[in-house]
Design a protein around this ligand. Structure first.
Ligand code: IDP
Ligand code: MG
Length: 234
């Protein structure tokens, strides 16, 4: 849905760009007005580019300069909407109890990834077994599920280019004894049984885990303020 909006927005943007290139502001304005009508409720972020002054007429006229920038930003958003992937990240009960929530979130934030869902939950043992179903043959499965369901877990979805693979890099190797310094487990954990964080290990598990922990309405799609500084091609 949101990428549909982005695509529509970018189509509009391209139409506006050709209008502005023909150097006729009134023509651009007419096109924009038509586009705004067709978007109805979803026009807020588009029309805001043109209505900065508060006075409708001044706002539209001053758009002659703002137009190319607006078009650039909208086209940018279309590209990112198409490429962005999401991953499931959870701070396990040991990480929550040790007060590492802010430390861990800040590492993903500072990298440039975007938080699109978050909640603190105590999963049931059955839920933990579903989450770790791949490991049910392993000797530590029961203990692992007991542990995951023993206290609050901070469940999150992070979005960004390459976030699934790079999220795993930020987290570090499963066994903190083997995790590199600089990684979350390398810096903040000591043993495999208390390695403080979970991250999806591939696109399929990311999709399954996001679906297990969150309902679609809990995932928030938005454009981050810094996105145009985090992403870009020269
Ligand atoms: P991952 O969390 O790095 O993806 P997995 O192999 O998927 O690692 O294992 C899931 C979790 O099971 C680990 O994060 C860790 O908490 C636990 N675990 C993995 N291997 C062992 C082990 O050998 N002993 C005890 N717990 C383990
Ligand atoms: Mg795993």
């Amino acid at each position: 849905m949101s990428s549909q909006i982005y695509r529509s927005a970018a189509r509009t943007a391209r139409a506006l760009l050709s209008a502005s290139r023909s150097s006729s502001v009134p023509q651009g304005r007419a096109l924009a007005a038509a586009a705004a009508t067709s978007f109805r409720g979803k026009t807020a972020f588009i029309s805001s580019f043109y209505e900065g002054t508060g006075s409708a007429s001044r706002g539209w006229v001053s758009s002659a300069l703002a137009l190319p920038a607006a078009v650039y930003m909208l086209q940018d958003q279309e590209v990112h909407a198409a490429e962005m992937e999401r991953t499931f990240i959870a701070i396990k009960p040991d990480g929550v109890q040790r007060g590492l929530i802010a430390e861990i979130i800040s590492r993903f934030e500072r990298k440039g990834f975007k938080l699109v869902a978050v909640k603190l939950v105590v999963p049931s043992k059955e839920f933990a077994q579903k989450h770790y179903h791949d490991l049910k043959e392993r000797p530590f499965f029961d203990g692992l599920c007991n542990f995951l369901s023993s206290g609050p877990v901070l469940a999150m979805v992070w979005e960004g280019e390459g976030v699934i693979k790079y999220g795993r890099k930020l987290i570090g190797a499963t066994d903190p004894q083997k995790s590199e310094p600089g990684t979350i487990r390398g810096d903040l954990a000591v043993v495999v049984g208390r390695n403080i964080i979970h991250g999806s290990d591939g696109p399929e598990t990311a999709k399954d885990e996001i679906g297990l922990w969150f309902s679609p309405t809990e995932l928030v799609s938005y454009t981050g303020n810094a996105e145009k500084w985090v992403y870009g091609n020269n």
